[in-house]
Design a protein. Sequence first.
Length: 177
Amino acid sequence: MLAALNESAAGPLNIATLILRLAIGLMIMAHGYNHIYGGGKINGTAGWFASMGMKPGILHAWLASITELGAGLMLVLGLLTPLAAGAIMSVMIVAWITAHRANGFFIFKPGQGWEYVAFVALTCLALGTIGAGEWSLDNALDWPIKPSSVLGLLVAAGAGIGGALGLLAVFYRPEKP
């Protein structure tokens, strides 16, 4: 079986994209699930979001959680991969600006630095660019954005950056120091 996979140049790339999709998708789904059901549940998440300036907190708690669950599942399935990757990237950019930016790079710093959210966002940008691979619903459904396309990059970046900046422009109201 390994010999057959290596005969095609796409074999290792399909394995790599599947691993990345599963790793990021499942991790982000767990994150969204935890926002709803873990710790302080959705109301605790809402209070935390509101305390960072995302008003109303309950709206943003639900938006972030549903985006993480839905876009994470879409990545796992390899469905509309550039859009799913862009959605996750958007959540990570908002988290960077609202919660992690002022805390330095390393996540183990007090208040948690921005290395985690930057890594997830940039990994999603790469996945949106290279596509989901042959072992995906995008491939099975003959999704028009082909792997390794500039269009995939533009869709992921547009959804990620545009979504984050739009949301922040409309709803981000941090308290004055």
